[in-house]
Structure formats: C-alpha cells, structure tokens
Design a protein around this ligand. Structure first.
Ligand SMILES: [Zn+2]
Length: 153
C-alpha cells in the first residue's frame, strides 16, 4: 500500500488588504438562557413583580432603537412587541468606547482593530421595557501584547 505524499501546501492566507468578509469569531461565549428562564418563571408565578424586570432606562431604550437588531421573538413578558438585541462593548482597550452600544458592523471593525474586548448582548422590549442579558462573549484579534509593529503611514 502506498500513501500519497501529500505536501498540502495551503498557502494563500491573503491578509492585509481590506476585510476578508465577516471576521467575527466569538470566544468565551456564555449563554444566559437558564437565568432568563428562571427569572421569567418567577415573574409568571408572581414571585417577582414585572416592574422589577421591566426597567430598561432611557439610554437602553434609545440604544435598542438605534443600534438594536430585531429578533424573531416576541417579548416574553407583554407579548406585544418584537424584541431587539443590543450589543454593549466593554474593555480597557476600547477606552472611551467601553460601555457603549454598538451595531454589528461596529463590532466587526472593533474586532479587527483591538486585541480583546467583551460584548454583552441584551434583549430589550420597547413596549414594556423588559430587558435581560442574553449572552456575553469576547472578540478581538487575540494577539498577545508586545511585538508591536509600527506600520508606517
Ligand atoms: Zn414587552
């Protein structure tokens, strides 16, 4: 039996120019579906007042309107409106941007230019102001610090 000597030369990683499409590759993804379900069960059972969980502030509501992405899910509390998901970014590397809401396009840009930052995806109902953390994850180039190069220009 002979083996094909496969010297698989997969050279062709064309980096540098422009964006190679969608570069988002989330790491350390944490899903909060269980906590969400538990909280909703408490609301339905009357153990938690709806006002306690439907407390999206003006800032969050505005973020949902401008940066939110509509999802195919009706609000689990009022069942009147479609939910919107807002992505909040956090991280030292982001400096003044940290703690703000960002669109998917923004996330891509940030992920291409920063080493590491955390994204919190929050769902918001604009009718009853229900809001809850859906998931969190880490984005960024992931390159270790040091070895910094100055690209002239
Ligand atoms: Zn609602």
């Amino acid at each position: 039996m002979e083996r094909a000597t496969g010297t698989g030369r997969a050279v062709g990683a064309d980096h540098g120019r422009a964006y190679p499409g969608r570069v988002l590759s989330p790491r350390q993804v944490v899903d909060y579906a269980l906590q969400r379900r538990a909280l909703l069960a408490d609301v339905r059972a009357g153990r938690v007042e709806p006002e306690e969980v439907c407390d999206a502030g003006a800032y969050l509501q505005r973020a949902a309107r401008f940066h939110g992405r509509k999802v195919e899910e009706t609000c689990p509390v009022c069942r009147k409106d479609q939910l919107a998901q807002v992505s909040w970014v956090f991280g030292e590397a982001l400096r003044h941007i940290s703690g703000s809401a960002r669109s998917i396009d923004d996330l891509e840009q940030l992920a291409a230019h920063h080493r590491e930052f955390t994204v919190h995806v929050v769902e918001v109902c604009r009718t009853c102001r229900w809001n809850h953390l859906v998931r969190s994850f880490v984005l960024g180039t992931g390159r270790p610090r040091g070895g910094r190069r100055t690209a002239g220009g």
